[in-house]
Design a binder for this molecule. Structure first.
Ligand SMILES: Cc1cc2nc3c(=O)[nH]c(=O)nc-3n(C[C@H](O)[C@H](O)[C@H](O)COP(=O)(O)O)c2cc1C
Length: 230
């Protein structure tokens, strides 16, 4: 049999295929189904310190080139994370817990609980484009992203992975988080819409997007038609 094993951020994985945070990740059942599909490590939905309700419907809209979504980082908070981890630990594969927040301490709090509950790594959500003062609002700013990374890396021993979205500062943020203690960064195709001709729009198109949603202040979509937001 071919050996597909890889080292990712210090995790030894049997092969390089993991899921993206959040998709089918709202319930342990959804995550179990993803695990059964054969991922080498399971990435959870993002957890914040306190529970968050989803945005009003519609949260996902199908459009010509794929789908747009804005779920709103709905999650059951750290107490929910504890319950979910009890089930997920039984899967016997590395669990990467995605964490989100507005302040460095928010991220550090959730990351600490994740480690205590058996996470093999923590992924920082610096990519979500549709929640103010979270996700990409932080990820667009290398200094804030470094502060968040440092706060988390200083309180946990498991690897920290920064998940970035697309912004004008993408590479500067990547350098900043690696210098601040992240073991790896992963790139999501999530991005804000800022207006016609904005640099991030150009980058987005260069990344392979076939179309652009023009209807709202904040919109995004991905090049592989998996998602977007508004
Ligand atoms: C319904 C839905 C929920 C999502 N929830 C999260 C989340 O909780 N945390 C996160 O980091 N990303 C979340 N994402 C974003 C995905 O992880 C991924 O970054 C996005 O779909 C872009 O994928 P691509 O980079 O493969 O194009 C979500 C996406 C969708 C469609």
């Amino acid at each position: 049999m071919v050996d597909l094993s890889v080292d990712v951020a210090g995790l030894r994985l049997t092969h390089p295929v993991m899921n993206a945070s959040g998709i089918m990740g709202e319930t342990p059942d959804g995550l179990m189904a993803i695990a059964r599909a054969g991922v080498s490590a399971l990435v959870t939905k993002s957890y914040t310190p306190k529970p968050r309700e989803p945005y009003p419907m519609p949260r996902v809209v199908h459009v010509e080139y794929g789908a747009l979504n804005a779920v709103g980082l709905a999650n059951p908070g750290v107490e929910g994370l504890k319950g979910h981890m009890k089930l997920l630990r039984q899967l016997g594969i590395p669990i990467v817990v995605s964490v989100a927040g507005s302040l460095p301490n928010d991220f550090a709090e959730v990351a600490s609980v994740a480690e205590e509950e058996g996470a093999s790594a923590v992924e920082l959500n610096l990519s979500c484009p549709h929640v103010e003062r979270m996700g990409l609002d932080i990820g667009m700013d290398p200094r804030l992203s470094a502060e968040v990374t440092k706060a988390v890396a200083s309180v946990i021993r498991v690897p920290v992975i920064a998940k970035l979205g697309i912004s004008d500062n993408m590479l500067r943020t990547a350098e900043a988080v690696l210098s601040a203690g992240a073991r790896a960064w992963r790139q999501g195709a999530d991005t804000h819409k800022h207006g016609e001709g904005h640099e991030s729009q150009r980058v987005h198109h260069e990344a392979g997007a076939r179309s652009w949603h023009r209807g709202t202040l904040r919109a995004c979509h991905t090049s592989n038609s998996s998602e977007g937001c508004l």
